[in-house]
Each structure stands twice: as C-alpha cells, then as structure tokens.
Write a protein that binds this ligand. Sequence first.
Ligand code: ADP
Ligand code: ADP
Ligand code: ZN
Length: 215
Amino acid sequence: MNIILLGPPGAGKGTQATRLVQSRGMVQLSTGDMLRAAVAAGSPVGLQAKAVMDAGELVSDAIVSGIIGERLDQLSGGQGAIFDGYPRTQAQAEALDRLLEARGRRLDHVIELTVDENALVARIVGRFTCAVCGEGYHDSFKRPKVDNTCDVCGSHEFKRRPDDNEETVRTRMAEYRAKTAPILPYYEQRKLVSRVDGMADIDDVGAAIDAVLNG
Ligand code: ADP
Ligand code: ADP
Ligand code: ZN
C-alpha cells in the first residue's frame, strides 16, 4: 500500500506517519526530513535548500522528486510508502505518478488532514523533537511523560526547527494554499481522497486513518 498524507504545516502528517510506521511496518518518506538531513550534512542539495526552507518557501520540484526517487529505489517490493509532505505541487504530483509507475507501484489513498488554520500556528510554535530518535512532541498537546525525557529513547536532548516561528509559518501556510491544496482535484478525479478531521485528538485521528486504510 502506498499513501499520501496531505495537509498544511502542523496538520499532524509526521505524527500520523510515525504511528503507521509502528503499527503497519510502512516506510515514512518525508521530504522535509530528507532536506533537513541534507542541510545538516552540508551536501549540495542541502546548500541549495537551506535559504529556501528558512524562508518557508518551496524547494524546487526537481530536487524533491529526485530524492524521493532515490528513496523509493531503496524500498523492497513489499514495503508500503507513506508520502509525508510530498507532493506539494502539481508538477510533483505528476512526477510521483511516473516514479511509482516505473517501479510497479500504485497510489492507494490520499488522506487529507483538515485543520483549522488558527490552530496551526500554536501547533507549530509548540513543536519539538527528540534530538536522538526524532520522536515528535508538543509543549501543550504531547508532552513527554517524564519531564525533559524522551518517552521512546530516554534522551534528555530536544530540538526545535529554525523555521517553526510564527512569521515563517504564515509563508508556509500561504504556499500550501497557493500550490498544494490545488492538487487535490487531481486525486479527487481518481477517487483517491479521504478527508480526516485533523483537529481531533492524536489517537482519534489515527483511528480515523486506520478506518480509511482498512475500508
Ligand atoms: P511541515 O511538516 O511543517 O509541513 P516539512 O518538514 O514537510 O514541513 O517541510 C519543511 C520545509 O522543507 C518546507 O517549508 C519546504 O521549504 C521544504 N520542503 C519539504 N517538502 C517539500 C516539497 N515536497 N517540495 C518543496 N519543498 C519542500
Ligand atoms: P506536520 O508533519 O503536518 O507538520 P506534526 O505531526 O509535526 O505536523 O504536528 C505538529 C505539532 O502538533 C507537533 O508538535 C505534534 O505533536 C502536534 N500534533 C499533531 N497532531 C495533533 C493533534 N491531533 N492534536 C494536537 N496536537 C497535535
Ligand atoms: Zn528519543
């Protein structure tokens, strides 16, 4: 099974992708995570992407579709992919179709996480992750069970993204509205889209996604 999680910044794509990795053994393909790794490594892609990401704008279609293609080649045939934060433009949606077809895969579901825009800024500015294992947390909505200690790996080191500030979030939301939301009809025509209420509690969002995937 190959699925896309679609939604604006802070909708819960990463949180739900992690859940699906744990419950179904699927593989999360997050272009945001891949680009941040490239920036941290100082690779040519990272050097090109850094300023664009810091501004909250979109990295070029060729770069992101290139890294997705490389990752797909590393999967075994039986492993399902969760596309998290990709595609974000019509050109990327069309590139993904070609990448999947060339590998004998097809898209099974596009899950749109619908959220109230006013909640997104609060979600983004409260977001942090474990610096060791990457587990995601939130200052108000998902605190570690023991203060300052990762639930998963026990680490005491956490980090915040430089682009998770109110000003950049506004740009990212505008990019979503202008370039990403318009790709939904492309998938609606093919009857692939299911809408899930992303404002529900994290576990309830997960249950709603499971219902779509099992249905
Ligand atoms: P969020 O989870 O908050 O939506 P991501 O981690 O997916 O953010 O993306 C962070 C940044 O990385 C984006 O603002 C953009 O600059 C870049 N990026 C990630 N995925 C893509 C993509 N598919 N196309 C273009 N740029 C991307
Ligand atoms: P995205 O990948 O779509 O940008 P994340 O999964 O990183 O979004 O979620 C953004 C922030 O909101 C994180 O701090 C996460 O813990 C929190 N969060 C995710 N889903 C929910 C939810 N259903 N209710 C409240 N907070 C949530
Ligand atoms: Zn951890």
